[in-house]
Design a protein around this ligand. Structure first.
Ligand code: NOJ
Length: 559
């Protein structure tokens, strides 16, 4: 029953449903709280299933909902095959999958294979069993340096700041690429490999349609002694043999996973979160023998700028054509400043270094230079452009309400380890995009739950509450609903043709079925001539294409 409905509402080729899907990311602890404990939960998602259907998305991706001490927002997983009791039960999970499938929505879950939580039973066993034990082999334990081993084995720093090594009571050190509560697993260990196959089957058997793979480029490592210093690592090329990142041998892991995905009908899908140095390196993760798709984060770190957008779009479409995969478009997720705020900040000046850009946007930028209105206008324009592109688009919960990044969170209320430890995501950290959603303009926690939300919601959330926006045809929510509805007609062949506009700040392209998209990145309106009559959707109303806006032109009407 479920599959029939899914096929009907989506792609005729069920196995390829993901190629041009609009995927909505749910950060479960901040989506909807059914039991009033302040944390969003699985029954909360079930209670909003109709909202998701009405939004018109094809799939949801759930950030981790597994048992976790929340040292890193759930990316510290204590048990990969269970639901955090504060978020529900496995039965609740099954109910959620059924509720979403019944509404034609696929389910993608997050797999976090680089590290577990320090509360995972394997790590607890490793601590208890002591140095030299088999249990420690599943992680990366080493003796310290210095005469008495009291210095970390190397000078490596963790992504959230501080040393990448933590010392345990008996004096050994373990590697953690992220927070100390996230010990890295040893992917040379057959039990680690086996266990993840079990996890993939566990969720696939429960009806999960696909997986998002956390830091997919970091699993395998060459830790042959002597271990290199940071300075030595920096001199090494990222050519597949780097000791820590994007090693060629990680693809052996994914080839094995692909065999598991293909045991299912339709095959389970996967998308890699892989921060790698070149498009060619990214293509390996997106190969049909591997995970099948890899996130393209290029727009996350680009300015609202026609030249940058055009280059990124052209490059990524060419790349996905070459690999047979389809590209992904992303403007916001749970790790970066919401794009409605980002676009209201001064331009980054075309910085292309992904990490550099993420650092900057995560920092929130200076509030006194922020123009939120312009940010939202540009966010609408960019989103409409994205939804018109070939490939899949990932939307992050709350962007359909036009939510801005929340800056008003005191240091005591913050949760992100990146905030406390500094480094890559420096400045304010990532809590500002993880604040629980406003469902109603009034009432406790704006309808998120009956109690106080786990992160403070600002008063201005009332204006963006779902009930307010649902009743307003000119709201961001209404724009997203209309765009996602029309997108089903627009998304056929995975190609586009650029149409020259005579303006460097205006992009225009046509899809093979005749739909056209025009985005004005400039300050002067762009005149559509007689085509203005054929505009079916616009991010700003008005005859021409005003500054910072996008329009969709439907075929059939043109000419
Ligand atoms: C990437 C995730 O998106 C981020 O939220 C998390 O902190 C790190 N991986 C570590 O798991």
């Amino acid at each position: 029953m479920t599959d029939a409905l899914l096929t009907e509402t989506r792609d005729e080729t069920t196995a390829a449903w993901w190629r041009q899907a609009a995927v909505y990311q749910i950060y479960p602890r901040s989506f909807a709280d059914a039991n009033g404990d302040g944390l969003g939960d699985i029954p909360g998602i079930v209670s909003r299933a109709d909202y998701l259907r009405d939004l018109g998305i094809d799939a949801v991706w759930l950030s981790p909902f597994y048992p976790s001490a929340l040292a890193d927002g759930g990316y510290d997983v204590a048990d990969y095959r269970n639901v955090d009791p504060r978020l529900g039960t496995l039965e609740d999970f099954d109910e959620m999958v059924a509720a979403l499938h019944d509404r034609g929505i696929r389910v993608v879950v997050d797999i976090v294979p680089n590290h577990s939580s320090d509360l995972h039973e394997w790590f607890q066993e490793a601590l208890a069993a002591g140095r030299g034990s088999a249990a420690r082999e599943r992680y990366i334990f080493r003796e310290g340096s210095g005469p008495d081993g009291s210095e970390p084995p190397t000078d490596w720093t963790a992504a959230f700041g501080g040393s990448a090594w933590e010392r345990v009571d008996d004096g050994q050190w373990f590697l953690h690429s992220f927070a100390p509560e996230q010990p890295d697993l040893n992917w040379d260990h057959p039990e680690v490999r086996e266990d993840f196959l079990k996890t993939l089957r566990f969720w696939s058997d429960r009806g999960v349609d696909g997986f998002r793979i956390d830091v997919a480029h970091m699993l395998t490592k060459d830790l042959t002694e002597p271990l290199p210093s940071t300075a030595e690592l920096e001199l090494l090329p990222h050519d597949g043999n780097h000791p820590l990142h994007d090693r060629d041998d990680v693809h052996e892991v994914y080839a094995e996973w692909r065999r598991v995905f293909d045991e299912y009908d339709p095959p389970r899908t996967a998308v890699a979160e892989a921060w790698v140095s070149t498009p060619e390196r990214r293509a390996k993760y997106a190969s049909a023998e591997g995970l099948g798709q890899a996130f393209n984060f290029d727009l996350l770190v680009a300015d609202f700028d026609a030249t940058q957008f055009r280059t990124i779009i052209t490059d990524n479409l060419a790349q996905s054509q070459a690999t047979g995969s389809s590209t992904t478009w992303v403007l916001s997720n749970h790790d970066v400043t919401r794009h409605a705020t980002r676009y209201g900040l001064p331009q980054l000046g075309g910085r292309t270094g992904a990490k550099q850009g993420v650092e900057w946007v995560a920092a929130g930028g200076p509030e006194d230079q922020l123009d939120r209105e312009r940010g939202l206008r540009r966010a609408h324009a960019a989103t409409l452009l994205l939804l018109g592109l070939p490939g899949s688009t990932y939307l992050y919960q709350g962007e359909e309400l036009g939510l801005q990044e929340v800056a008003e969170i005191s240091a005591e209320q913050r949760q992100d380890p990146a905030f406390f430890r500094g480094a890559v995501f420096d400045g304010l950290g990532r809590d500002g995009c993880r604040v629980p959603l406003p469902w109603t303009a009034s009432g406790p926690s704006f309808g998120f739950g009956s109690g106080e939300a786990h992160l403070p919601q600002p008063d201005w959330f009332a204006e963006s509450a779902v009930d307010v926006e649902a009743a307003d045809p000119s709201s961001t929510l209404s724009l997203y609903r209309e765009a996602l509805r029309l997108r089903r007609e627009l998304q056929t062949d995975e190609t586009l043709e650029w149409i020259e506009t005579g303006r460097p700040d205006v992009l225009r392209f046509a899809r093979p079925n005749g739909w056209q998209i025009v985005t004005n990145f400039g300050t002067e309106p762009f005149d559509l001539g007689t085509d203005a009559a054929d505009v079916v959707l616009g991010s700003v109303s008005g005859g021409a294409v005003p500054a910072d806006s996008t329009v969709w032109i439907a075929p059939g009407l043109i000419g």
